[in-house]
Design a protein around this ligand. Structure first.
Ligand code: SIN
Ligand code: MN
Length: 303
């Protein structure tokens, strides 16, 4: 990697916070120079922790444009599938539809997301899945403990966990509005076996999109992993980008606060890790094209 690329990546990730549990004690968003990470440190941190936070990577104006685009009011974004919370009228998730919106396509190709994804995976990347989780104020539902790679390996035949997901925060995420919980370093144990008891949802017709997920981690596995590695939650200001490994155990709770928690989830797969057979799941869960994406630099709002 050239010095120029290294500097750029370091700048993108310079604000990574090592201990998110300290939030909101440090609300300044400033980091001490000692924390300024070089690319190699960033990659090593990702390998060790299974995640990276780029705080406020997108400006308020960029976030406002994304909010407008997905609001259904005037934007061009039209999801391919909309999931409603069980027993409630609120929208849980919107899947796919990225091709309908030049702004969303631009976001997916944004260098601030793609450069770290390519660096962390050591390859070119293509889009595997795009979704927006809207976790609405007071009614947003939970996501049980799981590893994303369980779905991609068992259902799609993804060869290895060489994929990374980035969550782009359209709202501040704090302890009240259902932050993502994760076990730092928990990805290093690989994919946990899916015991029949753990996969009760499968027998019961569990899904990939509701709180009744098909592949979840048992209480025993979560307990043992947390005893070894601890537990954190991915707090951050709006505009932040949280990258996480395909095997990172994660979950999130209800949103009982009056604050919304809207996050765009973009999964990039390494081109060398493309599926060798055509996927059986719907296109909104597994994008069909594995053409490498070309990164675009600059503001999302530049013409
Ligand atoms: C996911 O695991 O796919 C989503 C988790 C969340 O939105 O909290
Ligand atoms: Mn997940």
């Amino acid at each position: 990697m050239s010095v120029k690329e290294e500097t750029r990546l370091s700048r993108i990730l310079i604000n990574q916070q090592e201990h998110y549990s300290t939030w909101p004690d440090d609300k300044t968003g400033r980091e001490s120079p000692a924390r300024a990470a070089h690319t190699s440190d960033v990659t090593a941190a990702f390998r060790s922790e299974g995640c990276l936070m780029a705080r406020a990577a997108f400006s308020a104006a960029e976030v406002a444009a994304l909010e407008h685009e997905i609001s259904g009011a005037a934007g061009e974004y039209h999801p391919e599938a909309t999931v409603v919370e069980e027993g409630r009228q609120s929208v849980r998730s919107m899947y796919g539809g990225h091709a309908s919106s030049p702004l969303i396509h631009r976001l997916i190709c944004d260098e601030r997301l793609m450069a770290p994804a390519m660096e962390l995976l050591g390859d070119e990347v293509y889009l595997y899945q795009f979704k927006i989780n809207t976790k609405a104020p007071l009614v947003g539902d939970r996501w049980p403990w799981h590893q994303d790679y369980a779905f991609w390996a068992h259902l799609d035949g993804m060869p290895s966990p060489d994929a990374v997901t980035v969550a782009v925060y359209l709202d501040e995420v704090n302890e009240f509005n259902g932050p993502l919980f994760y076990i730092p370093g928990g990805h290093r144990a690989g994919l946990h076996r899916c015991e029949p008891a753990t996969c009760a949802g499968m027998a019961l017709g569990g899904s990939d999109v509701s709180a009744n997920l098909r592949f979840t981690l048992s209480a025993d596995v979560v307990g043992a992993l947390v005893a070894d590695h601890g537990l954190r939650s991915a707090h951050g200001p709006s505009g932040s980008a949280f990258f996480f490994h395909a095997n990172l155990p994660h979950a999130s709770g209800l949103n009982l606060s009056p604050y919304s928690r809207r996050q765009i989830f973009i999964t990039y797969n390494a081109v060398g890790n493309a599926l060798s057979r055509s996927p059986k799941r719907a296109e909104f869960l597994v994008a069909r094209s594995n053409e490498p994406l070309r990164a675009i630099s600059g503001s999302l709002l530049a013409a």
